[in-house]
Structure formats: structure tokens, C-alpha cells
Design a protein around this ligand. Structure first.
Ligand SMILES: Cc1ncc(COP(=O)(O)O)c(C=O)c1O
Length: 424
């Protein structure tokens, strides 16, 4: 069997029914099809249980001397360990918990804004969520200058276009690992090589890639990375990773009683402990997928995560192929990677339009047919401009994760086809 056949065989063996049974929201939703996962994913029962267990059994402030409080300290420490394993951090002290990704990007940008000096250039892209653009552009008043790394016609960022933008003036390259709008995966390891060769740092927005593939900050050799738990089968929470020494140097706001050390100096105020427990359980859920698919007694937790995310990735490629075929069959203009031969460059997040039909109208009709997708600008005004789309109407996005099925993709196609026939 060649690699393609092996990947297909792995994908076909993916236990999607067992997985769906683990998600109470999917069980309760009847025929409703969740295809707005890029805006937030559903959570497995084990995550719900972890949140409930926190609230019922130790819903107290950490840092006390009594048992319940000590348990909270331990559960936060355990969650840092789990998230460190999820992303292959060098140490769990590099994992910082907080509200969401945007506030962390802002926090890092404010710190970097205070350290610009001679290196005052920041590279940003027109393929990112505005959270990873506007936060950097806000540093203009601190003297920052900007270089735009632009998406090519083929729907992705190319590192060849990055090289000429980076010099000894570059402080940082801020880019996405995967576009939340169109699903294109960026070669971030090459981004880090280019940036580091010029003495610059790399900030990665991993929010959209998180649920789709294996994160490895050591292999990618980046300097900062941010994720949102609620896209990753956990409740609302954000986490930031940075190299320990990098975080140690970063100016942050902290009260006098907070240690001047990562992660504490990066975590302003109290965060939501029940959701930290939920995030821990979400990592364990991904480990469980890996463990169940290839049972072995002596695999490490990270190895189970690698196996789990690998299986998810193979299965999602199958979904992506099906989805691409269905959209093409409906005559859609697919933004981003639309060539089946380049399917490895994408996740199953599809942004498209159907001729001149109103995205809003199509999405409303799909909602009536029990299919949850989204229309609009996808919080990516620069990308809308790049694609010649208006901010008002934008495009349609259908975003799948590993609990979606090929059958759902076909139902989606039938519903879309029927709507197109009615509206045309
Ligand atoms: C790629 C990407 N970056 C950043 C964000 C903002 O994340 P948060 O809501 O956690 O601030 C989102 C949210 O949709 C996103 O998709």
C-alpha cells in the first residue's frame, strides 16, 4: 500500500460513532449537523464531568492550606502538565492560563511594544484572524513599523515571500498556523528558520490548527504560541505558551505580590479554575483516542497524543476530500486551497460562495434544514479585501472536526444543492 492508501485505510477505521457517543451535545442534537466548529467545538462528557467535579468538590480559591484549596493548586498544576504535553513544551512553567487568545496576543504585543528599540519591524499577514493583526498594528504608536506577508492566489502564505520581508530590523513575525477562515496550513517551521536567522522571534496563532493536528513547539521552534480551549473540545479558556526565558524577559503587568516568574507574571488575576480542569480533561480525551486506536502499555502520554492527533488528521483529510468534491459539485467558488492534489495543505474548514447568491440567505436556509454553518467576514477584514469580498456579505464557512461524518458531508451537499436550485 502506498502512503495515500494507508492514510485512507486509517481514516476509514476511525471510530467516529464511538467518538460521537462521547459528546452529549451531539447525542442531544438529533439531526442537527454541527459545521460551525471553527467558532467553537462541542465538549466530551469527560470534560463536562471535570468541570462539574471542580464546581462540586473543590470550588474554592487556590493558595489556601486546607484540602480543597490544595486540590485546586494541584489541578492547575496537572492542567499545565497536560497542556505542556499537548504542545510539546519544554516545561509546564511555560504554560499560562487566561481568558482567551486575543487577550494573550494583546498582552504579548504590549510587552513587545516596550522593547522595540532598533528592531522595530513586525511582519503580519493578510490571512490571519484580526486578533493576530490589529493587536500588532496597535503598536504603531509605540513606533512599530509593519511588513505585510500576503497570501498568494493559490490560497496560502509562501515562505519564499517572507524571506525578503525579514531583516535585522525585524522584531517579530506574527502568523497563523492555520487560517480559521479558509483552512490553509502554514509551514511554520520554515517561518521560524527564516525569522531566527535574522534574529527575530515568531508568534504563532494556533487557535484554528489546535483541534486539527499535532502541535509541537519544539519541532516548530517558535517563540510564542496561543490557543483557545473552546476550539479544542474544552470550555472557554485561552492559553499562552512562550519559551521560559522569553516570557521571563517580557514586560507584563503584575501586582507586587505576584512572583516575577512565568507563568505567574503572565496570568493577571484569577482565571476560571473549572475550565482549567476542563482543558486538562480535553487533553486526556485526545490521549484516549490515541490509546484506544493503538493500545500499548508502554506508550507515554505524549506518544498517545501524537497517535490521537495523527488519527484525527488522517480522518479529517478524508472529510476534507469529500467536502471539496461536494462543494465543487455544487459549483462553489472555494477560497483557499481548492486543488485536491494539495489537500495536505488544508484542514476541513471551507470558505466559499455560490455565484452571486447571498451568503446570508444560504446560511439561513441551511439553518432551517438543521445545518449550522456561518456567513460573514470571519473576523478577517484584510482577507476579505484580499479576496475581493465585501465586509457586509463576506462568504460562507463550513468547518468540520473529527466528530463530523462523511454522511453529514453528503447531507450538507444535498441541502446546499436543493437551496441553490430554489434560489437560482
Ligand atoms: C485563528 C483565530 N485566532 C484568534 C481567535 C480569537 O480567539 P479568542 O476568542 O480565544 O480570543 C480566533 C477566534 O475565532 C481564531 O479563530
Amino acid at each position: 500500500m502506498n502512503k495515500h492508501q494507508t492514510d485512507n485505510a486509517n481514516a476509514a477505521a476511525f471510530p467516529v460513532d464511538t467518538i460521537r457517543a462521547m459528546f452529549p451535545a451531539l447525542q442531544r442534537a438529533g439531526d442537527f449537523i454541527f459545521m460551525d466548529n471553527a467558532a467553537g467545538a462541542q465538549i466530551p462528557q469527560s470534560v463536562l464531568d471535570a468541570v462539574t467535579n471542580h464546581l462540586v468538590s473543590h470550588n474554592v480559591q487556590r493558595g489556601g492550606r486546607y484540602g480543597r484549596s490544595v486540590t485546586v493548586d494541584q489541578s492547575v498544576a496537572d492542567a499545565r502538565t497536560s497542556v505542556a504535553l499537548l504542545i510539546n513544551a519544554y516545561s509546564s512553567a511555560e504554560i499560562c492560563f487566561g481568558m482567551n487568545a486575543t487577550s494573550f496576543i494583546r498582552l504579548v504585543s504590549l510587552g513587545i511594544g516596550q522593547m522595540l528599540g532598533e528592531r522595530d519591524e513586525i511582519v503580519i499577514t493578510d490571512m490571519d484572524h484580526d486578533a493576530n493583526i490589529a493587536t500588532w498594528l496597535a503598536l504603531e504608536s509605540a513606533g512599530a513599523k509593519f511588513k505585510w506577508w500576503r497570501m498568494r492566489e493559490d490560497g496560502n502564505l509562501h515562505v519564499d515571500d517572507l524571506r525578503p520581508l525579514v531583516s535585522d530590523r525585524t522584531r517579530l513575525v506574527a502568523c497563523t498556523v492555520t487560517a480559521h477562515s479558509i483552512g490553509s496550513i502554514v509551514d511554520v517551521a520554515s517561518v521560524a528558520r527564516i525569522a531566527h536567522a535574522a534574529g527575530a522571534e515568531v508568534f504563532l496563532d494556533c487557535v484554528h490548527y489546535g483541534p486539527h493536528g499535532l502541535i509541537d513547539v519544539q519541532a516548530w521552534d517558535c517563540d510564542y504560541l496561543v490557543c483557545s480551549g473552546y476550539k479544542n473540545f474544552s470550555p472557554h479558556i485561552g492559553f499562552l505558551w512562550g519559551r521560559f526565558d522569553t516570557l521571563k524577559r517580557l514586560p507584563t503587568f503584575r501586582e507586587d505580590f505576584i512572583p516575577d516568574e512565568p507563568p505567574y507574571k503572565v496570568e493577571a488575576g484569577t482565571f476560571i479554575y473549572e475550565n482549567v480542569s476542563g482543558m486538562d480533561a480535553a487533553v486526556q480525551y485526545l490521549e484516549l483516542i490515541g490509546r484506544n486506536l493503538a493500545p500499548s502499555n508502554n506508550r507515554s502520554r505524549r506518544e498517545n497524543i501524537v497517535a490521537g492527533m495523527g488519527a484525527i488528521r488522517d480522518y479529517e483529510l478524508l472529510l476534507a476530500r469529500e467536502m471539496l468534491a461536494v462543494l465543487k459539485g455544487c459549483g462553489a467558488t472555494v477560497y483557499g486551497v481548492a486543488d485536491e492534489a494539495r489537500i495536505n495543505e488544508r484542514v476541513p474548514t471551507f470558505c466559499f460562495n455560490i455565484g452571486k447568491l447571498s451568503p446570508q440567505r444560504i446560511v439561513e436556509e441551511m439553518a432551517e434544514m438543521q445545518i449550522g454553518i456561518r456567513d460573514g467576514h470571519m473576523y478577517a477584514p484584510r482577507l476579505m479585501k484580499r479576496l475581493n469580498l465585501s465586509m457586509d456579505s463576506g462568504a460562507i464557512r463550513a468547518s468540520l472536526v473529527h466528530y463530523n461524518t462523511v454522511e453529514e458531508v453528503h447531507k450538507f451537499g444535498e441541502a446546499l444543492g436543493a437551496i441553490i436550485a430554489r434560489l437560482s
